[in-house]
Write a protein that binds this ligand. Structure first.
Ligand SMILES: Nc1ncnc2c1ncn2[C@@H]1O[C@H](COP(=O)(O)OP(=O)(O)OP(=O)(O)O)[C@@H](O)[C@H]1O
Length: 266
């Protein structure tokens, strides 16, 4: 793959691509006596380096997706700081780093336009970035990336509804990868797939990460999936990180009572 146009250089070797420092986010609902404050993230600190996959686990409502949204710059912390490639998250940072951060979500239909041919959806992030190159060069790049995610280049002319769930998720991965991001947030990216297809997509994600060395946050309630792809794990409980550790030690000897409880369900 050739390198897309980018502003600013890569982060220094070994520097985190994402860093959350003491981040808190809360939501309010209701009014008057019914007003409730929900603490979705409480003093969360974590870092992800290039080439590293951080698995974020926790039960429903523990704050995983909110953490993903903060990482993507879609939600601003109430307090604390989010740094992307060493820069404080701001509108200017998001603009300058467009394309360097991508997301793969649970349902490919959230990122694939049903009325658009697959090739167009994969090419779109390049167009948004204003990447130079003729249309035929961009088409070649789309074909190459489709092949890299294990799909034939001829798939570019099909529509999403003509593909299987696994193929659609491969297309989403291709679309995320085409701008050569330095951070990818996978939010329940395999949760909607059958078990055997899940395995294939997890293997693909791992393989692509080894090849492209992007940093990644892999959010999932499925501990088995997280164990397969992550280098490190962060456990969220009621918006707090209660434990972090490398994957092997975490699964061998979880420390926090909540982690132990989570692992019992595996
Ligand atoms: N936009 C919002 N408005 C109000 N409350 C919200 C909003 N987004 C999230 N929350 C609440 O914040 C808490 C954390 O939600 P979040 O989606 O981050 O958890 P999660 O671990 O990803 O859960 P799930 O696995 O069910 O998606 C939950 O209690 C949720 O109801």
């Amino acid at each position: 793959m050739s390198t897309p146009d980018r502003k600013g250089g890569p982060p220094p070797e070994g520097a985190p691509v994402l860093e959350l420092r003491d981040v808190s986010v809360s939501f309010t609902s209701g009014i008057g006596r019914r007003r409730r404050v929900l603490r979705a993230m409480q003093h969360v600190s974590l870092a992800v380096r290039g080439g590293e996959m951080l698995g974020v686990v926790g039960e429903s409502g523990s704050g995983k997706s909110t953490t993903g949204a903060v990482a993507l710059g879609l939600r601003r912390p109430d307090s604390g700081e989010a740094l992307l490639l060493g820069r404080p998250m701001s509108r200017a940072t998001r603009k300058a780093l467009r394309g360097r951060v991508q997301a793969v979500l649970q349902h490919p239909q959230w990122s694939l336009n049903p009325r658009r041919r697959v090739g167009e959806s994969v090419r779109e992030p390049l167009a948004v970035l204003g990447t130079r190159g003729s249309r035929s060069e961009q088409r070649e790049r789309v074909a190459a990336i489709l092949e890299r995610v294990g799909l034939g280049a001829d798939l570019a002319d099909r529509y999403p509804h003509e593909l299987s769930g696994g193929q659609r998720q491969r297309v989403s991965v291709a679309r995320a990868l085409i701008t050569e991001p330095q951070l990818i947030v996978f939010d329940e990216a395999v949760s909607a797939l059958d078990a055997s297809v899940q395995m294939q997509i997890l293997a693909l994600i791992r393989e692509l990460q080894e090849l492209h060395r992007f940093g990644a946050v892999f959010i999932s309630h499925d501990l088995g999936a997280v164990q397969r792809v992550s280098d490190r794990i962060a456990v969220l409980y009621r918006g707090e990180v209660v434990e972090t550790g490398d994957t092997a030690s975490f699964f061998a000897s979880p420390q926090h009572p909540y982690s132990k409880q989570l692992l019992e369900t595996l």
